[in-house]
Ligand binder design. Structure first.
Ligand code: PMP
Length: 362
């Protein structure tokens, strides 16, 4: 009987997602540098908004998210009607796959690309195409070569997680222009706010009918726990995505928190400034210990070791010291560890421990 109950093809090919740990047994004073969270937490304005809205949670939330979309549109100078909000940008990625991908369709992204692209593709019944890329994630031709007339979506994160690297706008535009007829380029801007003056690709969305941008409140806004993301897309695509969006996908607390956070530009500026300062410092400190990293544009760096064994040994060593960082073997980068930029004390602790680790191996 139970043999007859089967999920759709592809579902069992999805590996269960294992989230970053928050503690290490027997170790006090643990610092989590594994999920690219803002070390300063959410802005006080967002916290106040959550408190103020607490008495209203017996009410269903807004279905059209107009207030949040208006705030996003005002702050970023965008068209409010081309914005859609979701439960994290994960949900926008999911909507895109549900709406545009079915059996036999292909979704292209690179082997060093974000894990959700594969999950959502398989959940929609599509075929993931993970193209080999150089580790700096700059080879647009590699992505174009991975496309066929069955390609429906192409995902790139810019800056990319976990490499921290960025593809220049001219190259992104060349990619969009080179896609097969009917395919959409999704520019994942989860880390866009960390790049001063960068619009995440919003301008490209306005110029072309085959480009979508996704953004999140989980990173610089410090609202990972509230689960809010948004997408910017041509109106016909927004219309499609809204048809499959659950009417109450975002809670009223999430909506008010995100609205207050996006309006608190000082907080964003200060977070970006501190991130750049400590990212530069940490990259230099690690290089002095013989651990290089590419220039990262995000709130993390990808520290490179001499071998997978050395990267794993360093991870074990850091855990014993109470520092949780991220192994990136599943991103085909087994000789690296991704380290989120924490506050100054955490960065100093990470550099010190990695220095001790490297010294112990001489
Ligand atoms: N895209 C990228 C590149 C990410 O790194 C993340 C978070 N790890 C996300 C999307 C999803 O973020 P969220 O669902 O929290 O908005």
């Amino acid at each position: 009987m139970t043999d007859q109950i089967k999920p759709q093809p592809g579902i069992m090919d999805i590996a269960l997602y294992v989230g970053g740990k928050a503690k290490v047994d027997g170790v006090a004073n643990v610092v989590k540098l594994s999920s690219n969270e803002n070390p300063f937490g959410p802005s006080p304005a967002a916290q106040d908004a959550i408190k103020r809205a607490a008495h209203e949670v017996h009410r269903y939330p807004s279905t059209d998210h107009l207030e949040l979309r208006t705030a996003i549109a005002q702050v970023h100078n965008l068209d409010v009607d081309r914005i859609i909000c979701g439960v994290g940008s994960d949900e926008i990625i999911h909507f895109l796959c549900q709406a545009y991908v079915g059996q036999g369709d292909e979704v292209v992204y690179t082997e060093h690309g974000f894990s959700m692209y594969r999950i959502s593709t398989l959940a929609a019944g599509g075929t993931p195409v993970e193209v080999p890329e150089n580790q700096r994630m700059t080879d647009v031709d590699a992505i174009l070569n991975g496309c066929t007339d069955r390609t429906k979506l192409v995902f790139i994160a810019n800056p990319n997680n976990p490499t921290g690297t960025m593809i220049g706008l001219a190259e992104v535009e060349r990619l969009a222009k080179g896609l097969p007829e009917g395919a959409i380029l999704v520019l994942d801007g989860a880390y866009a706010e960390y790049v001063a003056g960068y619009d995440g690709g919003a301008g490209l969305v306005e110029r072309r009918d085959n480009v979508v941008m996704t953004r999140t409140f989980s990173k610089i806004y410090g609202l990972g726990g509230m689960r809010v993301g948004w997408g910017y897309a041509p109106k016909p695509i927004i219309d499609v995505l809204n048809r499959i969006r659950g009417p109450f996908n975002l809670s009223n607390l999430a909506l008010v928190a995100a609205e207050a956070a996006v309006r608190d530009r000082d907080y964003v500026e200060r977070s970006r400034f501190e991130n750049t300062r400590m990212r530069t410092w940490l990259a230099e400190a690690l290089a002095e210990h013989g651990v290089p990293s590419d220039t990262s544009m995000g709130n993390f760096i990808l520290a490179r070791f001499n071998s997978p064994a050395e990267a794993h040994a360093c991870d074990d060593f850091l855990q014993k010291e109470g520092l949780i960082v991220r192994r990136v073997d599943s991103y085909k980068l087994p000789n690296a560890l991704r380290i989120t930029i924490g506050d100054e004390a955490s960065c100093r602790r990470a550099a010190h421990c990695i220095g001790q680790f490297k010294a112990s191996r001489k």
